[in-house]
Design a protein around this ligand. Structure first.
Ligand SMILES: Nc1ncnc2c1ncn2[C@@H]1O[C@H](COP(=O)(O)OP(=O)(O)O)[C@@H](O)[C@H]1O
Ligand SMILES: [Mg+2]
Length: 358
């Protein structure tokens, strides 16, 4: 899969961009604050409808303008055209010039995996970024997962609202409990099934990226250990006191272990960074295995943070992407690539919101 054409209007520091990209490895070179990350953000936004910086639409509209417009032509088996417009008053999203009604129909059009500094939160942060990682991977690989996830989130919201009423109406709360258990069990099952597919890929990636020999293990840590309905019933009094749903997949976690110890507490900074990158490499490999085409990799400044040995750990992945006629966009302030890569790179200069071939 590759992004063949990108058009930006009033997005971040870009006024107008129209650029054609071939498959392969693209390097975006430029000083700080020129728009390199913004460009990756735009591509990721078209793929997931979210910013990897975790901000809303208003922040991405170019200062002084009303709205941004993005479009992308994606070539995989066929060609798809994504168009997005966002302003405070109006949002439009079309795929092949038809309005998108169901997110499920849209989300496979462009598949990306982003590598960015925020990834460190996968190791250091709360469970939320790890749940999000699992969910995005399942959305990208399992039809039906997104609908299930949305249904579950809706049930949790309704149930929490019922628990917040004063005094809560037990019949109303119970009426949501059945749906909670049913959707929750289905989510847990899909997350459980993903782990054995993810684990060997993550372990291989970690061995490539980390020079030392420690053993990486990841394990699903569901908030429900046994029977969801039974465990929920045991929490009835506490839920009434705290007025929220205390158990279920919205509280799941993914355990990351190095030599059997929790990485968040015991791993060094370098190991944490390697772990975060390994998780993203595994995501890319899983997408390749599942779809037979490579996702578009968006690699932001990661190279600058890695020493030479770790940097070459990314090469096999870039090779695979290259072989699959996929695409990678990599930003950096100065070229510091392993020499093997140099010949195959297509270079772009990013300067003050403009992009041009180097
Ligand atoms: N909404 C916006 N409108 C205009 N400029 C913006 C907006 N948001 C960020 N910028 C500008 O974008 C630049 C940062 O771009 P970024 O892509 O993060 O740089 P880098 O090349 O270092 O990755 C800064 O100059 C910042 O002021
Ligand atoms: Mg940047």
């Amino acid at each position: 899969m590759h992004l063949a054409h990108l058009r930006l209007r009033d997005f971040r520091n870009y006024g107008r961009v129209d650029a054609d990209f071939s498959p392969g490895l693209h390097v975006l070179l430029g000083d700080n604050a020129q728009g390199k990350t913004n460009l990756l953000e735009a591509i990721y936004l078209m793929a997931t409808l979210r910013s990897f910086r975790g901000v809303g639409g208003a922040q991405m509209v170019r200062h002084g303008q009303n709205g941004y417009f993005l479009s992308g032509r994606v070539v995989a088996q066929g060609t798809r055209e994504i168009k997005m417009y966002w302003s405070r008053h109006e949002r439009k999203l079309t795929l092949d010039d038809r309005p998108v009604r169901k997110l499920t129909d849209f989300l496979g059009a462009l598949r990306t995996v982003v590598f960015c500094t925020e990834d460190l939160q996968l190791v250091k942060g709360t469970g939320r970024p790890r749940r999000r990682y699992l969910d995005l991977l399942l959305v990208q690989t399992r039809p039906g997962y997104l609908a299930l996830l949305q249904r579950y989130a809706q049930v949790v919201r309704s149930r929490n609202a019922a628990l917040k009423q004063f005094p809560p109406d037990p019949t109303l709360v119970e009426s949501y409990t059945d749906a909670l258990v049913q959707c929750g069990n289905a989510l847990r099952q899909q997350r459980e099934e993903l782990i054995p597919q993810l684990l060997p890929l993550a372990q291989r990636a970690y061995r490539q990226i980390a020079p030392a020999a420690e053993e990486f293990h990841l394990a699903y840590a569901p908030s429900v250990r046994g029977d969801f309905a039974v465990e929920l019933a045991q929490l009835r009094e506490r839920e009434r006191r705290l007025r929220m749903t205390l158990l279920g997949p919205h509280r799941d976690d993914l355990q990351l272990l190095l030599d059997g110890r929790a990485a968040a507490q015991f791993a060094s900074e370098g190991q944490k960074r390697s772990l975060a990158i390994a998780l993203k490499m595994a995501q890319a490999d899983l997408l390749m295995a599942r779809h037979g085409t490579a996702p578009v990799l968006l690699i932001d400044d990661v190279m600058g943070e890695l020493d030479l040995r770790r940097r070459s750990g990314l090469l096999p992945l870039l090779d695979r992407v290259h072989e699959h006629r996929g695409q990678a966009f990599m930003t950096c302030t100065e070229e510091s690539w392993p020499r093997e890569l140099g010949r195959r790179l297509q270079r772009w200069q990013v300067k003050a919101g403009r992009i041009s071939p180097w």
